[in-house]
Design a protein around this ligand. Structure first.
Ligand code: FAD
Ligand code: DHB
Length: 407
């Protein structure tokens, strides 16, 4: 059934490698680096151009476990020089602040370093190591992964290619081809889509505060984040029907100023946007994350609402786990067996889904739901009044449950 998609007459070149990685986002690039460092031959096929991949503005907050993986991948030099360390963050409910001291409550800070920077660092390291990294690969198709001899076909500059391999890693994001290639009967999808999105704006302006501020306001959620001491990233909750064209910079600044607390609004420095986009808010999990010799990692397998910044961190953790599992298969490392990859990762994924869902429910405006608003008030009272509640929030925020079995 699947091979139907793989007819690719007139093949011009064919190659062999151990692992073909589809997608050069954070999951695919990090996996490639970790495999190369373990002596496992791999090739990465990416649909978009290098410039596009390196300039996509997305996440910015890294858990300690993600930082460790970037160090293990030997791509941490620039991060060490340029990243910011945040010991905590602020929550604001209708103007009232609660500080969450991550270091005190959970024992570790988070690191602020943009996904664009991570991607650039990883691409540079892959190219320096002569990894086969193909940008603008068209019609990438995973084939025969239910059997022992998988292969991937693609086209580039009008020529068709085929790479035979032992395994395929589907790191091609939510809209990728890998998950879509699995027969529907073999996969279970869990999904919740919320009726709003995040309108994000990046500006070359000094951040409004030294730490992030998550704001619950009657007009809707807002987040003051940053990429550096001179570059700010702000978000406001907007209806999912909104388009970015309806949000000229002046309207964005005005709306943000109305939602954030007065002291922050006074410090707010405005400027032209470098980028502005709307991200949908969705929870999504595909189970399992393995189909024969095809493994899914990152957004290809799961999406979390952005509240709590788990998306990139989950993608990195998948890549770390898959690299370990493949290394134990090839005998070049000790770690979980390939057979455990899906089950182990899904346990972690659902913890992150739970946290992101909870944090979203607590901080966003749910139109016409007075009951939800009263629960949010109680939730904030619990977090601000109880160290135990704040500890749970802090542990989830830094990803402390990562790769631990449930107790
Ligand atoms: P991706 O980054 O999506 O990478 C997948 C790659 O596969 C892409 O380069 C894509 O071009 C490529 N690809 C797709 N299809 C094919 C194909 N058929 N053939 C070859 N290549 C293919 N997370 C946060 O934590 N905080 C945020 O603020 C945040 N903002 C976000 C905003 C947006 C608009 C989006 C979409 C996501 C955001 N995320 C955020 C989530 C976070 O960025 C992702 O979780 C993270 O990028 C996942 O990495 P990945 O490598 O799994 O997938
Ligand atoms: C950012 C995104 C998040 O989802 C979050 O919780 C914190 C920061 C950001 O893009 O900076």
């Amino acid at each position: 059934m699947i091979s139907r998609w793989c007819e690719f007459g007139n093949r011009d070149t064919s190659l062999r490698t151990q692992v073909v990685i589809i997608g050069a986002g954070p999951a695919g690039l990090l996996l490639s680096r970790l495999l190369s460092l373990k002596g496992i031959d791999n090739a990465v096929l990416e649909r978009r151009s290098r410039a596009h991949v390196e300039s996509r503005i997305r996440a910015g907050v890294l858990e300690p476990g993600t930082v460790e993986l970037l160090i293990a991948a030997r791509v941490a030099d620039r991060m060490r020089r340029e990243a910011l360390t945040h010991d905590g963050f602020n929550l604001v409910f209708d103007g009232r602040y609660t500080h969450v001291d991550l270091k005190d409550l959970a024992g570790a800070p988070v690191t602020v370093y943009g996904q664009t920077e991570i991607t650039q660092d990883l691409v540079a390291a892959c190219l320096a190591a002569n990894t086969k990294l193909v940008f603008e690969a068209e019609a990438v198709t995973p084939c025969d992964f239910e059997g022992a001899t998988p292969r991937v076909t693609y086209a580039k500059d009008g020529q068709s290619h085929e790479i035979a391999c032992d395994f395929i890693a589907g790191c091609d994001g939510f809209h990728g081809v890998c998950r879509a290639s699995v027969p529907p009967a073999a996969i279970t999808l869990y999904e919740r889509v919320l009726p709003f999105g995040w309108l994000g704006m990046l500006t070359e302006t000094r951040p409004v505060a030294d730490e992030l501020i998550y704001v619950r306001h009657e007009r809707g959620f807002a987040l003051c984040s940053m990429r550096s001491k001179t570059r700010s990233r702000y978000y406001v909750q907007v209806p999912d029907s909104d388009h970015v064209e309806a949000w000229p910079d002046a309207r964005f600044w005005d709306e943000l100023r109305r939602r954030i607390p007065g002291d922050a609004a006074e410090r707010l420095i405005t400027g032209p946007s470098l980028e502005k986009s709307i991200a949908p808010i969705r929870s999504f999990v595909a189970e399992p994350m393995r189909f024969g010799r095809l493994f899914l990692a990152g957004d290809a397998a799961h999406i979390v609402p952005p509240t709590g910044a788990k998306g990139l961190n989950l993608a990195a953790a998948d890549a770390g786990a898959l690299a370990q599992a493949l290394a134990s298969y090839y005998g070049s490392g000790e770690g979980m067996a390939l057979e455990s990859y899906s089950e182990t990762r899904l346990r972690h994924v659902w913890r992150a889904e739970r946290f992101s869902w909870w944090f979203t429910q607590m901080t966003h405006r749910f139109e016409g739901d007075a009951f939800a608003t009263r629960l949010q008030q109680a939730e904030f009272d619990a977090v601000s009044g109880s160290r135990a509640f704040r500890t749970a929030l802090a542990e989830n925020y830094i990803g402390m449950f990562r790769d631990k079995s449930p107790s």
